[in-house]
Design a protein around this ligand. Sequence first.
Ligand SMILES: CC(C)(COP(=O)(O)OP(=O)(O)OC[C@H]1O[C@@H](n2cnc3c(N)ncnc32)[C@H](O)[C@@H]1OP(=O)(O)O)[C@@H](O)C(=O)NCCC(=O)NCCS
Length: 177
Amino acid sequence: MSLAIRPTTMEDAAAVAAVHRATAAIPGGIARRPDEITDAYIARILGEALADGVGLVAVAEGGVVIGEIHAVRIPVRLFSHVLSDLTVAVHPDWRGRGVGSALFQALFAAARAMDPAIVRVELNAGAGNAGALRLYERLGFRVEGRLERRGRFPDGTFEDDIAMGLILSPSPLRGRV
Ligand SMILES: CC(C)(COP(=O)(O)OP(=O)(O)OC[C@H]1O[C@@H](n2cnc3c(N)ncnc32)[C@H](O)[C@@H]1OP(=O)(O)O)[C@@H](O)C(=O)NCCC(=O)NCCS
């Protein structure tokens, strides 16, 4: 399979929206439902990633966008080494072929190259999203906490969120002798 990972541009908006809508159509993955994947939402996430974050698309043969990942630097100096608000989506037809892993590895490389460099990457995943949690642990994320009843489904049932973090490179501990 031919696969390329490249930075997202605003021209990718329609293609990224299509991937997110196809992903959102299957419950239990990304948080938003298809009607919440508005053009304004897509423009915002792409714009924020371009401004001070990482936005990447996975492109298959013929230039078709089959996956997307984005995350942003927290705009507070104390947390400015942290890449947060991460969302990843791979088109349902393309899952289980390494696209998600390739997107993450490219995101880690891009995050290290940011100025100032990113040290920590964080994300939340639904406790019921076992496949995604397994993938994140394999990539090096560690479970850091559980946010009880953070999600509520249309039928009224709740789902906990799992908070995960990954340290990209060692940093000196502050306040230790
Ligand atoms: C999670 C996701 C990005 C992984 O992308 P991918 O290209 O399938 O990932 P890879 O091929 O690199 O890795 C495969 C691993 O992904 C995980 N995975 C999660 N959902 C999967 C699915 N529907 N199909 C295949 N693998 C899936 C599994 O851990 C799998 O490993 P396994 O074969 O040991 O079970 C993708 O499945 C997706 O878009 N899911 C729906 C949206 C979502 O859950 N986003 C994350 C919200 S926190």
